[in-house]
Design a protein around this ligand. Structure first.
Ligand SMILES: Nc1ncnc2c1ncn2[C@@H]1O[C@H](COP(=O)(O)OP(=O)(O)OP(=O)(O)O)[C@@H](O)[C@H]1O
Ligand code: SF4
Ligand SMILES: [Mg+2]
Length: 311
């Protein structure tokens, strides 16, 4: 059976205004022409460097921000988990109240039933019911993130937007949280839209990976294709920057130099041009569109035929 579409976005553009001097403000595009689909039970990972527009896209899915152009349809309930679990936990509320509150607001059920569900969910995220009487400050960062996850799941959302959920944690705690996220996905059947700058996190959880560069999706592919096919030069850069302890050391990729162009620089041409090791003059003629190479793989690059040589 085909899985239902939970999120469908077409041609999303989002701009922000920033002040560049006392008298001058300028507008720039934080997102450019984004198309996105998230299906039931699917885990979509959005991968890219700081400032590329990941959180902005997450906000459009959550309905916190509206696009300037294009439209987005979300046909399920959505909950969010952020990098800093303090953002979703009230420091003056005991964990028990923080977890019960959304349950009691959404479902007309008794506190006793709520508590049963809370304790079950705590077990799922690997916490004992002793934490119920504690305040957030008494927990470690990893424990707080587990509570934030339980809180996001207590109302049975169809989709979780996870914005860098492990980037404030150290690597061993991150590994535990990734395991919990995997398990919860199987158990609850919720879809994930996971935002990260880490290929390690993307690999652990993705069905589909979207690579974003300066507000553009430059590549979209089924996670099983990672490293088994040609990739966009920017994805290549991310792959080579990722230390895989089991892989032989990759050849240096020192062709990638250059600066990230300023977000406000209005440029014609491919946004990756300044850093691209295989660029040619044609790359300055316009912005390459995402084009399918197969049903499971699209790349936005004028020189797709040259990409094999990068691998
Ligand atoms: N409310 C706002 N007003 C002005 N500029 C904004 C606003 N929100 C985001 N931006 C800018 O839009 C761009 C994209 O921001 P966004 O937070 O989506 O990036 P990101 O990929 O999530 O980065 P990070 O990995 O650092 O969280 C950045 O240049 C950011 O400074
Ligand atoms: S279009 Fe040109 S500059 Fe852009 S990624 Fe492809 S080869 Fe590089
Ligand atoms: Mg962000």
């Amino acid at each position: 059976m085909k899985n239902k579409l939970l999120v469908q976005a077409k041609g999303l553009w989002k701009s922000y205004e920033i002040r560049v001097s006392l008298f001058k403000k300028i507008r720039f595009w934080a997102l450019k022409n984004i198309n996105l689909e998230i299906k039931e039970r699917e885990s979509v990972v959005l991968l890219g460097e700081s400032g590329c527009g990941k959180t902005t896209l997450g906000k459009l899915i959550l309905g916190i921000e509206k696009p300037d152009k294009g439209h987005i349809e979300v046909s399920t309930s959505v909950q969010a988990v952020f990098q800093d679990p303090y953002a979703s936990l009230n420091p003056r509320m005991k964990i028990k109240e923080s977890l019960l509150e959304p349950f009691l607001i959404k479902f007309r059920k008794s506190e006793k039933e709520g508590l049963k569900k809370v304790i079950n969910l705590l077990r799922e995220v690997g916490l004992s019911k002793e934490v119920l009487e504690l305040y957030p400050h008494a927990l470690s960062g990893g424990q707080r993130q587990r509570v934030a996850l339980a809180r996001a799941l207590i109302t049975d959302p169809g989709l979780l937007v996870l914005d860098e959920p492990t980037s404030s944690l150290d690597v061993s705690v991150e590994a535990q949280i990734l395991k919990v996220l995997k398990r919860l996905r199987e158990k609850t059947g919720a879809s994930y839209f996971l935002i990260t700058h880490s290929l390690r996190v993307a690999k652990a959880l993705a069905d589909k990976i979207l690579v974003m560069y300066m507000g553009n999706i430059v590549e979209e592919f089924s996670a099983e294709l990672l490293n088994k096919t040609m990739h966009h030069p920017y994805t290549q850069m991310l792959i080579r920057a990722y230390p895989d302890p089991f892989a032989p050391s990759p050849p240096p990729f020192d062709q990638i130099k250059g600066e990230v162009a300023g977000i406000t620089e209005i440029k014609k041409g491919c946004p990756f041009y300044p850093r691209c090791p295989i660029k040619e003059d044609i790359c300055l003629t316009g912005s390459p569109e995402l084009k399918p190479l197969s049903r499971k793989h699209s790349i936005a690059c004028f020189l797709v035929s040259k990409l094999n040589h990068l691998n």
